[in-house]
Ligand binder design. Sequence first.
Ligand SMILES: Cc1ncc(COP(=O)(O)O)c(C=O)c1O
Length: 501
Amino acid sequence: MLNSALTWRSVLSLRVSSRLSAQGTRQISQVPLKNLNEDFECEGPCMRTEVPGPKSKALQKQLGEMQSVMSVNFFCDYEKSRGNYLVDVDGNRMLDVYTQIASIPIGYNHPALIKVMMNPQNMSTLVNRSALGMLPPKEFTGKLGEGLLSVAPKGLSRVQTMACGSCSNENAYKSIFIWYRTKQRGHSDPTPEESTTSVINQAPGCPDLSILSFMGGFHGRTLGCLATTHTKAIQKLDVPSFDWPIAPFPRLRYPLEQYERENAQEESRCLEEVEDLITKWALKGKPVAGIVIEPIQAEGGDNHASPEFFRKLRGITKKHGCAFLVDEVQTGGGATGKFWAHEHWGLGDPADIVSFSKKMLTGGFYYKDSFQPDKPMRIFNTWMGDHTRNVLLSEVLRVIKTENLLEEVKQSGKVMLQGLYELQEKYPHLLSKARGLGTFCAIDVKDEDTRNKLIIKARNKGVVLGGCGDRSIRFRPALVFKRHHTHLFLNIFNEALAEFK
Ligand SMILES: Cc1ncc(COP(=O)(O)O)c(C=O)c1O
């Protein structure tokens, strides 16, 4: 493994040359790429074709006759992928710093997970997908206890699994509305009028309540979630929506430590706006039942806010009797160096609901007792998640603990952010605003077109990256992305940048 004292720059200077061997394997001279005992993966990227290569293109053409392929990047060979390396159908092996849109917790084909899947005792779970809300398997309660509930955020004693991130938020919103109306009525029994009007989408059964969200936030693409998603027009165009309040999210200056005063002013402005909107929507007859927010706006461009901002926002929700929903779909599961990103805030009063998906393998949400509906089928669907994922998650959590991966994330994150600072200094005409927590990092590129070209250039050099916002690149490696992977990534990213004038 690389000596942790080495920066990626000293790695660069140690390199006699970064060269491609006869097989196309990138080698960094004089520096061992990894501790062989440490993982089961291979020695760096190995590129054979441009990506997408001919096999990917042929498959894309075939699939294009069956469905839209406009968002497909390339086809993967998951059997050959290992650890931090994603292999495509053309035999290209790439260091994956995007991990299926931030959703691979401990790398590809982790031996511990393969073992779980090979265990005959888990066979019936795999073969018989159960309707968890109605006919859960006998192991279900135990697995929730040793898995999801073992990492429950402070103050949240209950958990509901769901299929995906949107599905989790959608049902979290419903739980908030049910909680709010129950509170207003003083009990949960509807009047006959409420029951009959609810079936035909009319008040009072379907009340005019709202969820306040933030500009630049992303909470999913189902109808309710989409009303709180404010990133790109393409995600919303032509779809009817709710008239719900949208508050400005702070647009901070980076590095945060350098602009504390200006940033605090910007945050105060946004918080004032939140309170104004709550008042306005109450007057409109559409009271705000809940506020939803990401700890770091991810799809929207990796926008940060300070712990104080979030603590004050929590205070506002309390003052106005709105629920506080923290969407940890992208930030949750360890990438920020804490298991939940909102643990960085030091909240006195816990969130009411925390939603998750991606690295947690299953979607779902944690909630306080008071958010549990008192009637069946109010928060319900056929699968209510997938128990196979709960079985795998227990093992993922064991690996995170035994391999001390949150500490590793902090170490790799330091190297990554330092490397990004150095790169933005070296390429000021291209890069700005390096930022991040743990390995959950991002950097801005001068414009959208250059950002997109840079991502493709890096991919053809063996690093998979993803964009976010108008012109940011987000880095979303797995939790097994160690310091030596970070050095390797920074070297290749540097090479890609050097090719832009
Ligand atoms: C913060 C956040 N919330 C919700 C979602 C929606 O999750 P899904 O795509 O699984 O529906 C995403 C997806 O990227 C997300 O980043």
